[in-house]
Design a binder for this molecule. Structure first.
Ligand code: IPE
Ligand code: IPE
Ligand code: MG
Length: 237
């Protein structure tokens, strides 16, 4: 079978920071900090090899259940990341989009997220989606609300609520479906990430904990994808 092209849209569930910290007898916050370094390298590489869209799961609607100390550390890192990286990302022509409910974020973080989106919205390089305060079910409920409001106003008829109308009401509007979903740390579940967009995604579950996920591991996952036989319900002869 011939090799396929690279995935257009890669989604990554960056998991294993806590276990990495434990392994190294460090506080969990340091695991998350180390995780940011891995993230920088993966974003840069994705941009360099011409991936069209990269969606990273950074903080789920369920992650608020963690201890106040860990949540505060994550919020601090988020702010730091968006403040320190925005220049380089903008220079690299990266278009940043936040997936998730920004209104549920603390003021400073919300302002930084809005600023990143505004500043890079006309960039034409890598589409970098960062999922923050994101849940797939919440996203679908929000899409249903958007469409219902349009219907109530008479802007759309119920029969016009098609798969593509629904896709247009998601945060990922205008982007291709996820081709490859990678979850690090060996866990094999979606944890409420991109439920609609992953309908025909290929899955890779590398064992590496997120802070140890390097470019070699990333290329291994991309290579595995290129050998998959994708049928989308049909037959490839
Ligand atoms: C993923 O690492 C990062 C976030 C959820 C923010 P975890 O913190 O979930 O790491 P483990 O699963 O405890 O190892
Ligand atoms: C999913 O990881 C969320 C992120 C990576 C941001 P979790 O570690 O929160 O997921 P569960 O709890 O193991 O399913
Ligand atoms: Mg985890």
């Amino acid at each position: 079978m011939s090799e396929r092209p690279l995935p257009r849209h890669v989604a990554i569930i960056m998991d294993g920071n806590g276990r990495w910290a434990k392994q190294h007898k460090l506080q969990v916050a340091l695991g998350h900090r180390k995780g940011v370094e891995a993230l920088r390298a993966i974003i840069r590489e994705s941009s360099d090899i011409g991936i069209e869209a990269l969606s990273l799961y950074a903080f789920s609607t369920e992650n608020w259940r963690r201890s106040p100390g860990e949540v505060a550390a994550l919020m601090g890192l988020l702010l730091e990341y968006f403040t320190s990286e925005i220049d380089e990302l903008d220079e690299k022509n990266v278009c940043i989009r936040i997936l998730g409910d920004k209104d549920g974020m603390p003021d400073k973080q919300r302002a930084a997220l809005i600023n990143a989106e505004e500043r890079t919205k006309n960039n034409t390089g890598l589409n970098l989606n960062i999922a923050i305060n994101y849940g797939g079910r919440a996203e679908l409920a929000r899409a249903a609300r958007i469409l219902a409001e349009k219907a109530v106003k008479g802007e759309i008829r119920p029969e016009e609520i098609t798969e593509s109308a629904l896709a247009d009401a998601l945060y990922t509007r205008g982007l291709p479906d996820v081709d490859l979903l990678i979850r690090t740390s060996g866990e094999m579940r979606l944890s409420n990430f991109l439920l609609y967009q992953c309908a025909y995604a290929e899955f890779e579950f590398p064992a590496a904990l997120w802070p140890d996920f390097d470019l070699a591991a990333y290329h291994e996952a991309l290579e595995a994808f290129r050998h998959r036989d994708r049928r989308f319900g049909g037959r490839n002869s």
